[in-house]
Structure formats: structure tokens, C-alpha cells
Design a protein around this ligand. Structure first.
Ligand code: SF4
Length: 359
């Protein structure tokens, strides 16, 4: 036993968009017990979340044609293109749009800029579901820029005004480098009306950037296809602390702790990673190494998104008041109670310098 000091990052884990998207499926399962709920694409990019819903009978599809005509389909938090919306209409599907409102905001800005005649450079990952959806809003006006190198060579249409937007879950550091390269090449390029990297991505990255330098290792709970989780591990490595992305405690390799070099560890979770998986990691580390947990609050978040209109209508039809049914979670109070219950020594350090960024 080495008595490990576990620094627990705050904010971490579920963001408002993920809470809402998961709540959408939970509510549908509850109010439509006799219907199969279809979801276009993984509701959020987390293996456990998807597997848990599959066990409850939810069917995930990557092609809208796989849904039976007239069925209920949920669009994932990452958003969809107009092509998917049209195809759903053609199949007479009842669509419940769980797109995060912050992604919808980027779609709206892309549509507006395209209508104004701008060519839009969308900074992001070409094959990411969110980028596919945003690009689909104005495919002839949007080009994806994936890297700093790409920004140096991307060809733009002569005579067209230029604007840029970003995927919501990019590394703020990487995006800045790409934006600077674009500004250097195209000094008149128009920035977005407000930062399109979302508050949750920004805050989770800020916490890792502030806390990782003083630790020996960072563990990020999240899936490999979760953009914001991958970015958290990258940021830790960028500030000099080795990081591993893990789906759950079973991914932890004992070799990472060989030689007792890891005495202080930073633990965080991507925006789509359930808190119970993070608790499983804490339990395992304390059992194995002994020690205590220090929660470090770098920011406080209190953002909540409402349920989609179609779902509210379905609920009202059954005389259910949507606002009575939301799950409200006070993560800090909740985890303090869990630590006490688990007899894990814990304390809290408040490093808050300001309220979380609001949209
Ligand atoms: S990470 Fe940001 S954009 Fe994505 S669902 Fe969460 S709040 Fe919305």
C-alpha cells in the first residue's frame, strides 16, 4: 500500500447535452413500454451507455432505412443532417431530436452564413457524426479543416467571403493553433458569433490543464470514440503528464503503476462517461493502493437543457407534466455521500475563479 492521493477533477463527466439525451431515451422507454425505440447513431459516444440501453431493448441504427416505417426514432446528441430528417419524414417516423442545443446552434450559424454567401471552413474531424451533420446543412458551402497542416494548404473559392466554425468538442489548444493559421492565410476570415467549442468541453479541458501538471498520471474515463474524452487525455500529455483513456476499471493495467512511481493521480471523465464507472475506478484504486480523494473544483456548472418538443407532446398526451419528470443531480453532494458510505477519506478544494461559461 502506497497511500495514493487521487485528485478528482471538477467539472468532469456528464454535460447538460448528455444528461438530456440519456433522459430522452429513459423517458421514451417509460411512456412507450410497448414500442421499440430506435436511435439513429450512438445516443452519446460511450460504450457502456449504449450497451445499457441495448439491454433495455433500444435498437441503434446507422442507416435510417433500418427503422420500420412509422416507428419512433431518436436522433443522437451529435445532430443529424437535413438528409436524415427528410428520409425520416419519408418513412413516417416519429422523430425525437436529442441533438444538443449547442450543436443545433452551430447548425443554425452554418445555415445563416451559407445563405449570406460565405464559404465556411469547419474545423473538426471529417468523420465525426457532429461534423457530418453540420456539413450536411450546407454541403456546397462547407469545407472541413482537420489540422494545422491542413489549414496551410486548404483551397478556398476565389472571390467568396470566408468564415470559420468549429466542432463543439475540439481541444481548445489545437483549435487555437488552426484558427491562427487560418487567420494568417485569410486575414478577413469571419469568426463565429460566439465560441462554438462548448462550455462543457472548455471547462473539462481547463480542469485537466490546471490539475494534471502536479500529478504523476492521469486517468480519463471515456470511450475511444468520444472526441471530448480523447482530447482530455491529449491535454494531460501536452502538459507533461502521461494519460490513459479507460472505459472502466477493468481497463487499468497494473504495469502503469509498476515501481510505485504513481503517488498522485488525476482522475476525470469525458462528457459522455457515466459517474458510476468513475466511482468503480476510485474503489479499485483505493482497494489496491490505499489513500484518499481530494476533489478539486476548477469551475461550477449549473446548465440544464429542456426535453425536445416532440417528447414533451408525447408526454402531455399521456397527461404527464414533462417538468415533473426531470432527473436533477447534485454531483458534489452525491459523491460526498458515496465517499462516506464507502468509508473513503475525502476532502474538497475549491479553485473556482469564476462561474462556468454560459451560452
Ligand atoms: S459536449 Fe458540449 S456540445 Fe456535446 S453534448 Fe455536451 S454540452 Fe453539448
Amino acid at each position: 500500500m502506497i497511500d495514493m492521493e487521487i485528485i478528482l477533477a471538477n467539472p468532469r463527466g456528464f454535460c447538460a447535452g448528455v444528461y438530456m439525451a440519456i433522459d430522452v431515451i429513459d423517458q421514451l422507454l417509460d411512456i412507450c413500454p410497448d414500442e421499440t425505440i430506435y436511435v439513429y447513431h450512438e445516443i452519446v459516444h460511450n460504450r457502456h451507455v449504449v450497451e445499457r440501453f441495448i439491454k433495455k431493448g433500444v435498437v441503434f441504427v446507422e442507416d435510417i432505412e433500418e427503422t420500420p416505417e412509422g416507428s419512433i426514432v431518436v436522433f443522437s446528441a451529435h445532430g443529424v443532417s437535413p438528409r436524415i430528417r427528410k428520409a425520416s419524414e419519408k418513412r413516417s417516423l416519429t422523430t425525437v431530436d436529442a441533438t444538443c442545443p449547442l450543436v443545433t446552434k452551430v447548425h443554425a450559424e452554418a445555415i445563416r452564413l451559407a445563405r449570406q454567401g460565405y464559404e465556411i471552413l469547419l474545423i473538426g474531424h471529417e468523420n465525426h457524426q457532429e461534423v457530418i451533420g453540420t456539413k450536411g446543412e450546407a454541403p456546397d458551402s462547407i469545407k472541413v479543416v482537420e489540422s494545422h497542416e491542413h489549414a496551410q494548404v486548404i483551397e478556398v473559392t476565389e472571390g467568396k467571403p470566408l468564415a470559420y466554425l468549429t466542432q463543439t468538442t475540439l481541444s481548445t489548444d489545437d483549435a487555437e493553433v488552426i484558427i491562427n493559421a487560418l487567420k494568417k492565410r485569410f486575414p478577413d476570415i469571419k469568426p463565429p458569433a460566439s465560441n462554438s467549442i462548448c462550455y462543457a468541453t472548455t471547462n473539462r479541458q481547463r480542469a485537466v490543464r490546471a490539475l494534471a501538471p502536479s500529478t504523476d498520471l492521469t486517468l480519463v474515463v471515456g470511450s475511444a470514440n468520444s472526441s471530448n474524452s480523447v482530447r482530455l487525455a491529449e491535454i494531460s500529455e501536452n502538459v507533461g503528464t502521461k494519460a490513459h483513456l479507460i472505459d472502466d476499471s477493468s481497463d487499468i493495467d497494473p504495469d502503469w503503476f509498476a515501481g510505485d512511481d504513481v503517488r498522485k493521480l488525476l482522475l476525470t471523465a469525458g462528457a459522455s462517461a457515466p459517474e458510476d464507472l468513475l466511482r468503480g475506478v476510485i474503489r479499485m484504486l483505493i482497494d489496491r493502493f490505499g489513500g484518499f480523494v481530494e476533489q478539486h473544483h476548477v469551475d461550477h456548472e449549473d446548465i440544464e437543457f429542456g426535453l425536445p418538443g416532440t417528447l414533451k407532446k408525447l408526454m402531455r398526451k399521456q397527461d404527464i407534466n414533462p417538468s415533473d419528470r426531470r432527473i436533477r443531480i447534485n454531483m458534489s453532494a452525491d459523491i460526498d455521500a458515496w465517499f462516506d458510505d464507502q468509508k473513503i477519506q475525502h476532502s474538497t478544494v475549491d479553485l473556482t475563479v469564476g462561474r462556468s461559461e454560459r451560452e
